[in-house]
Design a protein around this ligand. Structure first.
Ligand SMILES: NC(=O)NC(NC(N)=O)C(=O)[O-]
Length: 386
């Protein structure tokens, strides 16, 4: 089941939660090694479409079925750890070590290390439920090559147990370097439901020929959502994920606006005349001139928007700073230029756009949907400037 839980930003939540999850399975994240996966596999850490669940009656031949990574009660020296390859390498701004439903068996402490292993031989290691010693030595052989590369992101820190009011263990991260791999250490053993790695992808744009068309807002190319008016059912960052969306949970979906007129009217183009709209602002991975737009409302069948419009502008990092204090908080009103006039939006649409209207490269876009609804994907094809 898709995550239909309301995405509600409450004031005591950290700002970094707005960024992309660079490690989740839908972004291509992968656990490449775990010291022990007796009760539950470490790959569960990266699930994103399913929030952690607890099924009281579910048991496996290994013990109680748990939705997370859970190791044995350790009876030998050492601690448990796993290596995660990020789906999208980038700059990490925060972590959520989520212990949901691990109460009498949560990991009491954890630490996180990071590395940039772009140039490394592929790490293709396998843990299993019984033969950890062999896998450990296999890993150590490779890890030795890189032992100097691992930096501490989070020191050994006590975790809170997985009750609904304590399960999120948030860690703001201030680490300016690009990360490709994380090592999650549990001290000494136990369970963690999910690891969310919030950040922004970083691509080597210098290696890309300028004439190449690229989806400039894609998660893998460094696109990021900076703010939105509403994300009740799904966060706008989902629109820039890989491929077509998996289901309705893998898209931006707002609540129904309450200011919809009681009797709806349309204009000459069939567009609803409504006072309200919803918006999401995204920063491109690199400024560029956009020539093609894709707006896909896949899976949103009874709840696609009536219309959508795209505006764009160019902001320097300093200018962006004026509008983003933690989150997108004010708006460069008069800087927006219309890139796509209001269009009906009810399936997968491709639009050519007028590069002249951009009068040069743009760095930010605002998708405006009216009155409300869901969009599964937004693609903005263009070229970076010469
Ligand atoms: N009831 C349990 O969860 N027990 C054990 N864990 C699992 N998954 O069976 C444990 O104590 O670690």
């Amino acid at each position: 089941m898709a995550d239909r839980k309301a995405v509600k930003i409450v004031s005591d939540q950290p700002d970094f939660l707005q960024f992309n999850n660079l490690a989740c399975e839908t972004a291509g994240g992968n656990v490449i090694f775990a010291t022990d996966e007796w009760f539950a596999p470490a790959s569960n850490l990266l699930k994103v479409l399913e929030p952690p669940e607890f099924i009281a009656s579910a048991f496996t031949e290994y013990g109680k079925w748990m939705d997370g990574w859970e190791t044995r009660r350790k009876r030998i020296p050492g601690h448990d750890w796993c290596i995660i390859q990020l789906g999208v390498p980038g700059i990490i701004h925060g972590l959520d070590v989520d212990t949901s439903f691990f109460t009498g068996n949560y990991s009491p402490s954890a630490s996180v290390q990071a590395a940039c292993l772009d140039e490394s031989p592929a790490l293709t290691l396998e843990g299993d439920r019984t033969g950890m010693a062999a896998s450990d030595s296999q890993f150590e052989a490779v890890a030795k090559l890189h032992s100097e590369s691992w930096e501490e992101l989070v020191p050994v820190t006590e975790l809170k147990p997985g009750y609904s009011d304590t399960c999120h263990n948030y860690f703001p991260i201030n680490y300016p370097s690009r990360v490709t791999h994380l090592r999650l250490n549990m001290y000494p053993d136990g369970g963690i439901a999910r690891l969310k790695v919030y950040g922004v992808g970083q691509k080597d744009w210098s290696a890309l020929p300028t004439q190449d068309q690229l989806d400039l807002v894609a998660l893998v190319n460094g696109g990021v959502c900076l703010g939105y008016s509403d994300a009740h059912f799904g966060h706008p960052r989902n629109m820039i994920g890989l491929g077509r969306s998996a289901n309705m949970g893998d898209g931006w979906e707002t609540a129904r606006r309450l200011d919809r007129p009681k009797n709806l009217q349309v204009d000459g183009k069939g567009i609803l005349q409504v006072p309200g709209y919803e918006w999401a602002v995204l920063r491109l991975g690199h400024p560029g001139v956009i020539s093609q737009i894709e707006i896909d409302t896949n899976h949103f069948k009874g709840n696609f928007p009536d219309s959508c419009k795209i505006e764009a502008c160019h902001l320097t990092p300093e200018e962006e700073g004026k509008y983003v204090s933690g989150r997108w908080s004010s708006d460069p009103g008069n800087k927006w230029r219309v890139l796509l006039q209001p269009q009906k939006a009810h399936h997968r649409h491709f639009y050519s756009c007028d590069s002249l209207a951009q009068s040069g490269p743009v760095s930010h876009v605002r998708l405006v949907i009216a009155p409300d609804g869901g969009v599964s994907r937004l693609r903005l094809w263009g070229v970076k400037p010469l």
